[in-house]
Design a protein around this ligand. Structure first.
Ligand code: FAD
Ligand code: NAD
Length: 455
C-alpha cells in the first residue's frame, strides 16, 4: 500500500501532535494538516494543578511546543481555531469551520487521524453555570481558575474525589483556601482499595480538608454579587466562593460516530492495536479512543496522557505504513496529595472479581529506607493476585517517600504476565538510603504468596 500524501489530524494536543510529528519525521513528503479548534497545541494538562499551586507562574509555561515551532521546525500545516464539523468517509473530505475568518470549507484527505480527546463532564444541575463554578480540562480552564484565585476566595468546594479532586484539594489548600470535597460514591477514589483510601483520608484530615462521601450534590446558589456562594447537597449546604467540578470526563466521539466509525462498548472509538479504526484509512488515538488492556486482553477506556502520547506516535507511524503495534496498557496512574505519593496499576480486587478472577490480596507497610538509616517512612503496598494461577493482577502504593515510582516494578511485572512467585524473586536494588533489604514490593509478594493456591 502506498504512503498517503495528504494526512489530516483532528486535535492538536498529546495524541494529535504526537501523530503529526511522527508522520513528518518518518515521511517528510507527506503533507500533514492539524485542525485544532482551540488556541493552544501540545500543552501539559497534567501539570495544571502544580502550575495553579504557584501564584508566580504563568499557565503558558505548560506549552511544550509552540504553534510557530510546529510549523517552521516540524513542517506541520497547523490551523488553530479550526473546528472539524463532519467527516465524509466516502468522499474522503472533512467539513471545517475557520472561526477567525468565519468561513466554512471542505478539505480532502487520503488518511485521517482522530485525536479529539475528552471533555469534562458538567452535570446539568441548577447553578452549575454560575461564575465561580469551574472545571479543569484545558489551558483556558487552568487560566480561569488562576484568575478566580486572584480575587482571594476563602472557601472552595470540590465536587468529585477522583484524580483532579485529590490533586486540587492539595493545590487549593496550598493557595490558602478552606477546602471541602464532596463525593457521590461511598468512598474517596472509587476503585482504589480501602487500605490505600484510609491513608488518603488521614492525609486530608491532617491538612484540614473536609470531605463527605455518599453525598448527592443538588445545586449551586449565587450570592448578592451573582457569583457562586454555596453548594447544596442531600446532607447540607456548604459555603463556597469557588466550586471546582471534577466528576470525570467523556470521550469526544461524536464526529467519529456520525461518520459511521465503530464506537466500542466503553463508549470510546474502537481501535485495533495498530490504532486503526473500523475504517482502514482512519486512525484514532488518545482520550477519544479505546486501548488494549494487557491483563484483561480486551479494549478498555482509561484516558491518560501517557497513553495518548504512545498511541499518537503509533498511529502516526502506521499512517506512513511502519506496521507498529501498541502493546497495550495495564492501567498505571499516580498522583500526589500534599506530601503523600499514590500510585496504582492493573486491576483492583473488586474489578478482578467482576472480571471472573478469584482475587486474593495482601497489604503491608515497610520502611522506605533500611532499618537504622535515618529518615525512612512507611511505604504501604497492596497487591492483588489470582488465587488459582498466582497471576499478579494489580497493586497500589502509598507513602511519603519512594512510593509512586515503585509502581513501575509492578507495571513491568504485569506487562510480563508474572506470577506472585516471579515477583517475589525479582532482583531489586538494595542500599540503605533508598530501600530496605527486603524491598516493600517483595515484602508484599512474600505475604501474598501465602494465599495463592499454586505458587
Ligand atoms: P486532549 O488533551 O483532550 O486534546 C484533544 C484536542 O482535540 C483538544 O484540544 C480539542 O480542542 C481538540 N478537538 C476536539 N474536537 C475537535 C474538533 N471537532 N475539531 C478540532 N479540534 C478538536 N494524564 C496522565 O497520564 N498523568 C497525569 O498526571 C495527568 N494529569 C492530568 C491533570 C489534569 C488536570 C487533566 C485535565 C488531565 C490529566 N491527565 C493526566 C490526562 C491527560 O491530560 C490527557 O489524557 C491528555 O491530555 C489526552 O490527550 P489527547 O490529545 O488525547 O486529548
Ligand atoms: P475521575 O474519574 O478520576 O473522578 C471523578 C470522581 O467524581 C469520581 O470519584 C466519581 O465518583 C465522582 N463523581 C461523579 N459524579 C459526581 C457527582 N455528581 N457528585 C460528586 N461526585 C461525583 O475524574 P476527574 O478527577 O475529573 O479526572 C478526569 C480525568 O483526568 C481522569 O479520568 C484522568 O484520566 C485524568 N487525570 C489524571 C491524573 C493523573 O493521572 N495523575 C490527574 C488528573 C486527571
Amino acid at each position: 500500500m502506498s504512503v498517503p500524501k495528504r494526512v489530516i489530524v483532528v486535535g492538536g494536543v498529546a495524541a494529535g501532535m504526537s501523530a503529526a510529528s511522527q508522520i513528518r519525521r518518518r515521511h517528510p513528503k507527506s503533507k500533514v494538516t492539524v485542525f485544532e479548534r482551540g488556541s493552544h497545541i501540545s500543552y501539559g494538562a497534567c501539570g495544571m494543578p502544580y502550575n495553579i499551586e504557584d501564584p508566580e507562574r504563568s499557565i503558558d509555561d505548560l506549552v511544550v511546543l509552540s504553534a510557530e515551532h510546529a510549523r517552521s521546525k516540524r513542517g506541520i500545516d497547523l490551523r488553530l481555531r479550526h473546528n472539524v464539523n463532519e467527516i465524509d468517509l466516502d468522499a474522503g473530505t472533512l467539513s471545517v469551520t475557520d472561526s477567525d475568518n468565519d468561513r466554512d470549507f471542505r478539505e480532502p484527505f487520503d488518511a485521517l487521524v482522530i485525536a479529539t480527546g475528552a471533555r469534562a463532564i458538567r452535570p446539568p444541575l441548577p447553578g452549575f453555570d454560575l461564575p465561580g463554578v469551574e472545571v479543569l480540562r484545558d489551558l483556558g480552564d487552568g487560566a480561569a481558575i488562576r484568575k478566580a484565585l486572584e480575587n482571594g476566595p476563602r472557601r472552595a468546594v470540590i465536587v468529585g474525589a477522583g484524580y483532579i479532586g485529590m490533586e486540587m484539594a492539595h493545590v487549593l489548600t496550598a493557595r490558602g483556601l478552606e477546602v471541602t470535597v464532596l463525593e457521590k460514591l461511598p468512598q474517596l477514589l472509587p476503585g482504589w482499595h480501602a487500605d490505600t483510601v484510609a491513608v488518603v483520608e488521614e492525609t486530608l484530615t491532617d491538612h484540614g480538608v473536609e470531605y463527605h462521601t455518599g453525598t448527592t450534590v443538588e445545586a449551586a446558589e449565587a450570592g448578592s454579587d451573582g457569583c457562586v456562594a454555596s453548594v447544596t447537597t442531600d446532607s447540607g449546604t456548604f459555603a463556597a466562593d469557588l466550586v471546582l467540578v471534577a466528576v470525570g470526563v467523556r470521550p469526544n466521539v461524536e464526529l467519529a460516530s456520525r461518520s459511521g466509525l465503530r464506537i466500542g462498548e466503553t463508549g470510546a472509538i474502537w481501535v485495533n492495536q495498530n490504532q486503526q479504526t473500523s475504517n482502514p484509512a482512519v486512525w484514532a488515538a488518545g482520550d477519544c479512543a479505546e486501548a488494549y488492556h494487557r491483563i484483561l486482553r480486551r479494549n478498555v477506556w482509561i484516558p491518560l496522557g501517557t497513553t495518548a502520547n504512545k498511541q499518537g506516535r503509533i498511529a502516526g507511524a502506521n499512517v506512513v505504513r511502519a506496521g507498529q503495534r501498541f502493546r497495550g496498557v495495564v492501567g498505571t496512574a499516580g498522583f500526589v496529595v500534599f506530601d503523600l505519593e499514590l500510585a496504582r496499576t492493573g486491576v483492583g480486587e473488586q474489578q478482578a472479581r467482576d472480571e471472573g478472577f478469584d482475587p486474593v490480596t495482601a497489604t503491608i507497610r515497610q520502611r522506605s529506607r533500611a532499618h537504622g538509616y535515618p529518615g525512612g517512612v512507611p511505604v504501604q503496598v497492596h497487591l492483588v493476585a489470582d488465587r488459582e494461577t498466582g497471576l499478579l493482577l494489580g497493586g497500589e502504593l502509598a507513602g511519603r517517600e519512594g512510593a509512586a515510582l515503585r509502581v513501575n516494578t509492578l507495571a513491568t511485572a504485569l506487562g510480563a504476565h508474572m506470577t506472585v512467585t516471579d515477583l517475589q524473586n525479582l532482583d531489586l536494588v538494595y542500599a540503605p538510603p533508598f530501600a530496605s533489604v527486603w524491598d516493600p514490593v517483595l515484602v508484599a509478594a512474600n505475604q501474598l504468596i501465602k494465599k495463592v493456591g499454586n505458587p
